[in-house]
Ligand binder design. Structure first.
Ligand code: TPP
Length: 549
């Protein structure tokens, strides 16, 4: 039975794993938004600025392992979302961009016969061309006959490749009758290739004396945490997460040794991973941040890597092996009962904050958060780029979303809102003052949607991470904004802490009040940075040193 094209798209999104839509309308998107609201299949959360929409959709996708949907208008709206979608592409997040577009009947104007269309950049296609670069599949729904197969293909690409996709819906096509979308079967996989690959991986693990599992974001993107946890237990292999994968398997009882960060990380963890004689990397992105700036400390040619639907075992390459298929094949070959794992203690985290009048150091924030989690239970964390993310490495292992590789600022607050929508849970948001200046205003939408995140602003009146790279700079100084005072104006409650005693009191008060968002502004002296950031910057400076110095 046919339905308006907009409805067909909404149902297809939900059937492929979307649970909500984030968006900001515009005249090219109004007809689609009308359908979204009336259809009611997916809740619609409007925000204030398109970067926030993109980040929230990305975080929602990361959280529930389904599709995150970002719905915007043509030109001024969609092009405003290029940065978050580029980040989602880099970090393999399943975001669907839906943009309204010029009607099919308007398509021949734009320069040929007179009037240009507002929001148009260079040509009517410019936006599609831009998104071609940062999405893995695209379609413009200008033919209702083909629309169901186009939608099915694009949404399958999003799921299978775990990268963003782009769908443009011309504003005059929204109500055109259209057949429903039949989901495509998974792309075919050669079972014998999977078996051969799993045999080789198992043989290497069996021979090894010091095997280690290093897990990365694809494990979460493809909803494989429970299966990987099972595999680690049955094989009796210790598990480390990458920097990007921090938070993975935090709900699983696995022999965890913490987060690997190479030179930037805890030396004991680095030693275990780097000295492994069979390092199995599952869903790991080979990036500088994941490998503590340099991959040279690990012999990547000897390691085993399953990512991007391919597996590399030493010099052997197996194309077209989805991560889930490999893990299932390894589980088939693993012992049924758990195996003993030689204990490798995870490093101690800061705890037991001394609540005195001393100024606050980022380590104190980690201790205060750990104390809070110990007392009241852990919260999911959304972190921005900046020292707040490095400080999060000293917090208890709990689900975390953060731009650990693409490293864009502005992610933290909207990502926290994405978690609110996607999980119904209250997140802890960590954000620097510089990043808060970019997207912190999105907290103003909390009252409308009934969200009450707990936000901690690391206020050092500085782009401190950059100052660490370049200590003699003046341009990294920021003014001291009164963020706690802004909270009330945005419908929340603010707390300001300058001492460690005030920090504890502020966190406790903020945690106790769930009636609105809470903003705890922690004043930090310039130059006070986490040990992890200090090591990270030191490692980068070392890596960039000219040869021979
Ligand atoms: N613009 C974006 C969108 N992302 C970036 N990563 C940068 C610029 C470059 N950058 C990296 S860290 C940083 C900047 C500007 C400073 C971050 O400042 P703040 O949020 O206050 O955190 P802090 O470094 O003080 O911990």
């Amino acid at each position: 039975m046919t339905q308006p094209l907009a409805r067909v798209l909404i149902h297809a999104l939900a059937d492929h794993g979307a649970r909500e839509v984030f968006g900001i309308p515009g005249d090219f998107a109004l007809p689609f938004f009308r359908h979204l609201e009336r259809c009611g299949r997916l809740p619609l959360y409007t925000l204030s600025h398109e970067p926030g929409v993109g980040f929230a959709a990305d975080a929602a996708a990361r959280w529930h392992g389904g599709l995150g949907v970002a719905c915007v208008t043509y030109g001024a709206g969609a092009l405003n979302m290029v940065n978050p979608i580029a980040g989602a592409f880099s970090e393999k997040s399943q975001v669907v961009v839906i943009s309204g577009g010029p009607g099919v009947s308007e398509g021949h104007r734009g320069g040929h016969d007179g009037l240009l269309l507002h929001h148009q950049a260079k040509t009517l296609d410019s936006q599609l061309q831009v998104f071609r670069e940062i999405t893995c599949d695209q379609t413009r729904l200008d033919d209702p006959q083909r629309a169901p197969v186009e939608i099915a293909r694009v949404l399958r690409s999003c799921r299978e490749q775990s990268r963003p996709v782009y769908i443009e819906i011309p504003r005059d096509q929204v109500d055109v009758p259209c057949d429903p979308v039949a989901a495509l079967p998974p792309s075919p996989v050669e079972a014998e290739a999977v078996a051969a690959c799993a045999d080789e991986v198992m043989a290497r693990l069996d021979r090894a004396e010091r095997p280690v599992l290093l897990v990365g974001v694809e494990v979460r993107r493809f909803d494989l945490e429970a299966r990987v946890g099972d595999l680690a237990r049955r094989l009796g292999i210790p598990v480390a997460t990458t920097f990007m994968g921090r938070g993975l398997l935090s709900q699983e009882p696995v022999p965890s040794i913490g987060t690997y960060m190479g030179l930037a990380g805890c030396p004991e963890i680095s030693r275990v991973v780097e000295e492994s004689d069979a390092l199995l990397m599952l869903g790991v992105l080979l990036s500088d941040t994941n490998f503590g700036v340099s991959g040279e400390r690990i012999d990547l040619r000897a390691a085993m890597l399953a990512a991007d639907r391919a597996v590399r075992v030493g010099f052997h390459a197996y194309p077209d092996i989805p991560l889930a298929d490999l893990i299932d094949a390894l589980l088939d070959r693993a012992p049924v009962e758990p195996s003993v794992c030689a204990a490798i203690p995870a490093p101690a985290l800061p705890r037991d904050l001394v609540a005195d009048d001393a100024p606050v150091h980022p380590r104190d924030i980690a201790a205060a958060v750990n104390d809070l989690f110990d007392r009241a239970g852990p919260m999911p964390i959304a972190a921005d780029m900046g020292d707040c993310l490095f400080t999060a490495m000293d917090m208890r292992h709990t689900p975390l979303v953060a731009p650990g590789y693409y490293a864009t600022m502005g992610f933290g607050v909207p990502a926290g809102l994405g978690i609110c929508a996607a999980s119904g849970r209250r997140p802890l948001v960590l954000v620097g003052d510089g990043a808060f200046q970019m997207t912190g205003w999105e907290l103003g939408v909390c009252a409308r949607h009934g969200w009450a995140p707990l936000v901690v602003v690391f206020n050092n009146a500085s782009w401190e991470m950059l100052r660490t790279f370049q200590p003699d700079s003046g341009f990294n100084d920021l003014e001291v904004w009164q963020f706690a005072r802004l909270a009330e104006a945005l419908g929340g409650r603010g707390h300001r802490a300058t001492t460690r005693a005030q920090l504890r009191a502020a966190l406790d008060a903020a945690h106790a009040d769930e009636s609105c968002f809470q903003l705890v502004e922690v004043m930090l002296p310039r130059g006070a940075i986490s040990d992890t950031l200090a090591r990270f910057v030191g490692a980068i400076k070392g890596a960039n040193r000219p040869m021979g110095t």
